[in-house]
Design a protein around this ligand. Structure first.
Ligand code: ADP
Ligand code: MG
Length: 386
């Protein structure tokens, strides 16, 4: 249990809000993709409506490693937020050395990671941040699995709660009480990294449709030839363990090519016919048809990992077809994972799914059943500041 916005009184308070602002910037420092910033707006507007005296926005961009990197200033984020809020956001050039903040309703502080105290979660840095405001709101889901000063440290000193986006993410990605049948699509790149996820999903879902780069390690485990396809040698034994599991569905056919390049010649083969020197880069049509049939029985669909090398045309075909199919179903549809989210967004379908997560690592850790440090801190905070 943790507090949300409705549980706090913001009237006349200075509210520090940690948002996700780790967005791609262009050469002039402008925001190239504002997906994450859009998701921060509801909380910011809510705080203004509820009479907050001032809303102090904090966050990080990239990996500046504790020093000032000109290209990673939050100036462009400030401009974009002003646009999205329809009101000027005043930007400061530091996050703790500040002159008077009293001038604007919304202020934005400089990249937190210009100070090494942020990632080191130093007490001194966390205290200085906390000193700026009266209440802390955590709304940065994508970094809520980090034990950093602006995520956990600051919560030792201020009454804190979750913002709208964070709450949404936590609720959507908790499939424990989801309507069954629950079907998972798992298309990751490395088996080793996804084993914890497979284990956890097996406890909660009715079927796991495997696809993406991991399937070739499973094919190898079955004794099949996989040509030059992606292989995680060390995971072959682990893959064997899952081969007989009736919840796990493997593809029947794959799209193969000589090399990974745009528009390269390709063909679809049965999984026991992968030619030497070829690379498996997508699942084939029979597999797509079979997956569609299984998915049509689902009440809840949870998707992590693209089905093929979608960044290189034409190997995004299955991913796109399945995405377009899922949105026609009446099922609850949840997408988690950095690359999966970018794939769905590249098709322009992000608003057609029930939930498309803003988090990569954080969404995976949550799906794996781990407790995120930011959430744990919110729970402890509720005990401490009653
Ligand atoms: P996410 O970021 O959504 O958690 P992963 O990072 O685990 O997902 O895996 C996604 C990556 O896997 C993508 O870059 C995608 O291109 C790649 N991929 C998918 N299918 C294949 C394949 N057959 N061979 C190699 N890479 C693949
Ligand atoms: Mg990834």
């Amino acid at each position: 249990m943790f507090r949300t916005l409705e549980n706090m009184d913001f009237e006349g308070k200075k509210v520090i809000v940690r948002i996700d602002m780790d967005v791609p910037l262009d050469e002039d420092g402008g925001v190239k993709d504002d997906f994450r910033l859009q998701k921060a707006i509801p909380t910011l507007k809510y705080l203004k409506e509820k009479g907050a005296k001032q809303i102090i926005i904090i966050g990080h961009i990239g990996r500046p490693k504790g020093e000032v990197v000109e290209a990673l200033r939050t100036t462009g984020v400030g401009k974009k937020l002003s646009e999205l809020l329809g009101e000027e956001v005043l930007k400061f050039d530091d996050c703790i050395e500040l002159d008077t903040l009293e001038t604007h309703k919304f202020v934005l502080l400089e990249n937190l990671r210009f100070h090494s105290g942020e990632k080191e979660n130093s007490e001194d840095f966390a205290k200085k941040l906390a000193n700026i405001g009266d209440i802390f709101v955590l709304d940065a889901f994508a970094v809520s699995h980090r034990d950093h000063a602006s995520i956990t440290g600051i919560q030792k000193y201020l009454p804190s709660c979750a913002g709208i986006q964070l709450k949404k993410e936590i609720e959507a990605l908790n499939i424990t009480d989801a309507q069954t049948p629950i079907i998972a699509i798992l298309g990751a790149a490395k088996v080793k990294d996804k084993i914890a996820l497979i284990e956890e999903l097996l406890k909660k879902v009715d079927k796991i449709l495997l696809c993406g780069g991991i399937i070739f390690t499973f094919f190898k485990a079955k004794g099949l030839e996989i040509g030059n396809s992606l292989l995680d040698e060390q995971s072959i034994e682990t893959a064997k363990k899952y081969l007989g599991n009736e919840k796990i569905v493997l593809p029947e056919d794959v799209v193969v090519a000589h090399e990974i390049s745009e528009g390269v010649e390709n063909k679809t083969v049965s999984i026991d016919q992968i030619p030497e020197e070829f690379i498996g880069l997508d699942v084939g049509e029979k597999t797509v048809a079979n997956f569609k049939e299984i998915l049509s029985t689902a009440k809840t669909i949870i998707w992590n990992g693209p089905m093929g090398k979608f960044e290189t045309k034409p190997f995004g075909k299955a991913t796109k077809e399945i995405a377009e199919f899922i949105i026609t179903l009446g099922a609850v549809s949840i997408v988690g994972g950095g690359d999966t989210t970018s794939a769905i967004r590249s098709f322009g379908l992000e608003n057609k799914f029930t939930h498309v997560s803003t988090g990569g690592g954080a969404s995976l850790e949550l799906l794996e059943g781990k407790t995120l440090p930011g959430i744990k801190a919110l729970e402890e905070n509720m005990e401490k500041f009653t």
